[in-house]
Design a protein around this ligand. Structure first.
Ligand code: ADP
Ligand code: MG
Length: 607
């Protein structure tokens, strides 16, 4: 056995660096977090070559005292913890006094800093443990740290880095998350000489989200703000109709830190079930604030995965916070016009067009004033030529911006849509057309019916809605199915099936939901058995939901066609009194609306 040696400081720090400094993005994360801790309200990040060659973080925070500079770069040096009582901060916020020491062990670091109290600023350089003396330098209050040539002295680590572009994208991702979670700080990100992100730091979450994720992200959001189980959940979630194909825009922050966690993702998705198209995903920026001791301490602070001591509590808080707001919002999907073929206008109509008259008028006025006939059209989609007899270029007139779907401002309403309505008729024996206020509603009859029945079933999923079977139905099942069904008898009872174990592989059904016809009982129980067997792991609520969906579907078929005008009116009245209904249990939309505004726009009546 060899004798035991204490590792030299330089080697020890290299090992520690492996934990904190994995790639440029982890350096940026540590430096920006330090800047935030310094009280800065302006932070600039600049990188070149994905950060591998050059990274700079500049802040206007408190700066570092001259005498503290060298200490800041030694391991376990921190101004943020002074006693064991602060220990929880170490795990939740990542204060471990290791970042600067680790970064300077594997790169060339230059520091410029000045506190308000110091007359002049300081400059300091350190790389792989070799440092310069602290010297005076002119610089503004705050701190700039420049990190050059990451992993220049650890080629093995260098090999694990991806291409510049990928490393740069990871840095971008980190800055986006940090910027969104600190709307009170103005962030600027410069990548290879180009400014690619800027947030104003006006303390408004929506503005920060728009600056970071774009207008498309912010235009259809609903605010969330609730405290459930002493967990505060706040931020924004997407409207059910404005979903995405992937989960990539689901942003969660726990106690200010961006995290990924399966329970939270599941709670969000579950809250949208029945309100969103199947296969689509909601998006969000949600902040959870919870007691420090409920976040698992074994998880590394530099990583984004966290564990919670009470998963169910977290699930419920997110689920109900989101579910409450989406259920109370009645905004419907908008009718999207993909493209309209140009329509040739008859000369007579053309001359009567208000738009054209306006342009004619303007041209006449302008020509009277000067001899230069160069007039700007009042509408960008109508061009004006200088040839007076052919003033309006009809081609342009015809198109009226047909490329983009018509967008409109719809204010978010939380009250029910129970204004007067008029049923216009029914198209293709499928869609009921309803005029209501300033819009036309297109209702998918079957989807709506199914969903209404489902809601009804759900609200009295007790024994009230059952019928006693004159002749109880005996259903013989396979061995596995039999086990699955007999294990779930109480669940079946909840949804209206009173069945008993009849021994030797069969069950007997004594009561079933009223919405089901007696002939269907056997068939349906077989179907339920198949489902229970295949989806053993589903939650009880999921199993119940499945059964209710399927009863609703069968009942809707049984309900058949709505034929009379009276029935149709009653049906629409009932549907409109249930504004929470937007999608059928299978996730297809129930109602689509066309606003008068969008039609007028389409027909060129308004600009
Ligand atoms: P920690 O952040 O865990 O304290 P670091 O190694 O990241 O450890 O930083 C060490 C110390 O250096 C900090 O505690 C802080 O006092 C100081 N420091 C680092 N960056 C800045 C900054 N941008 N502005 C002011 N002080 C800073
Ligand atoms: Mg730090």
């Amino acid at each position: 056995m060899n004798r035991i040696n204490l590792l030299p400081k330089s080697i020890f720090e290299l090992i520690a660096a492996g934990e904190v400094v994995e790639r440029p993005a982890s350096v940026i994360k540590e430096l920006v977090e330090n800047s935030i801790d310094s009280g800065a309200n302006k932070i600039t990040v600049e990188i070149q070559n994905g950060g591998i060659r050059y990274m700079r973080v500049t802040d206007n925070g408190c700066g570092i005292y001259k005498d503290d500079i060298e200490r800041a770069f030694t391991s376990h040096a921190t101004s943020k913890i002074s006693s064991a009582d602060d220990l929880e901060k170490i795990f939740t916020l990542g204060f471990r006094g290791e970042a600067l020491a680790s970064i300077s062990a594997v790169s060339r670091v230059e520091l410029l800093t000045k506190t308000e109290d110091d007359f002049s600023g300081s400059r300091y350089e350190i790389s792989a443990g070799e440092s310069s003396a602290v010297e005076d330098a002119g610089c503004p209050d705050g701190t700039t740290i420049i990190v050059r040539d990451l992993f220049y002295n650890t080629p093995a680590r260098m090999k694990f880095l991806k291409k510049d572009v990928s490393e740069g994208n990871l840095v971008s991702g980190i800055i986006e998350k940090i910027a969104v979670s600190h709307p009170d700080i103005s962030f600027k990100f410069i990548r290879d000489g180009k400014q690619v992100l800027f947030t104003p730091g006006n303390n408004d979450l929506l503005t920060a989200c728009e600056a970071v994720f774009g207008k498309d992200f912010t235009k259809d959001l609903i605010e969330v703000n609730s405290v459930i189980n002493s967990i505060k959940v706040s931020g924004y979630v997407s409207h059910p109709f404005s979903s995405r194909a992937t989960r990539s825009m689901q942003n969660f922050f726990v106690n200010g830190r961006y995290i990924r966690n399966k329970t939270i993702y599941a709670a969000l998705e579950e809250a949208y079930k029945g309100s969103i198209m199947v296969g689509k995903h909601p998006y969000c920026v949600l902040f959870l604030e919870l007691p420090f001791d409920t976040v698992d301490v074994n998880v590394h602070p530099a990583k984004t995965e966290v564990r919670f001591s009470d998963e169910k509590r977290i699930f419920d808080s997110v689920y109900y916070a989101v579910k409450n707001v989406i259920d109370s919002d009645v905004k419907r999907p908008e009718f999207k016009v993909e493209k309209i073929n140009p329509i040739t206008l008859h000369k007579d109509y053309r001359e009567k067009s208000d738009e054209q008259l306006k342009i004619y008028q303007q041209i006449i006025e302008e020509t009277a004033k000067s001899d230069k006939v160069e007039i700007k059209s009042p509408r960008e989609d109508i061009s004006v030529s200088d040839d007076i007899p052919n003033l309006v270029n009809l081609n342009d007139y015809k198109q009226i911006k047909t490329e983009e779907p018509i967008k409109q401002e719809i204010s978010i309403k939380t009250e029910k849509d129970n204004d007067d309505f008029k049923v216009i008729g029914e198209a293709f024996n499928t869609y009921i057309l309803v005029e209501q206020g300033e819009k036309i509603l297109l209702i998918d009859k079957h989807a709506a019916h199914e969903r209404m029945l489902y809601e009804q079933l759900k609200s009295n999923s007790s024994l009230e809605g059952t019928q006693l079977l004159m002749n109880p139905v005996n259903v013989t099942l396979s061995k596995e199915e039999y086990t699955a069904v007999t294990e779930n008898l109480s669940l079946l009872k909840e949804v209206g099936f009173v069945a008993e174990d009849f021994g030797s592989g069969s069950v007997i059904v004594r009561e079933c939901p009223v919405d089901l016809s007696v002939e269907e009982v056997k068939d349906f129980l077989n179907e339920i058995a198949g489902y229970l067997l295949k989806n053993k792991k589903d939650l009880v609520t999921e199993k119940q939901d499945w059964v209710l969906h399927n009863i609703a579907c069968r009942a809707a078929v049984k309900g058949g066609n709505i034929t009379s005008e009276y029935e149709r009116n009653k049906f629409v009245e009932k549907l409109l009194s249930m504004p929470e209904i937007r999608y059928c249990p299978h996730g297809r939309p129930v109602v689509i609306e066309i606003t008068k505004y969008s039609l007028e726009k389409q027909f060129g009546r308004i600009q």
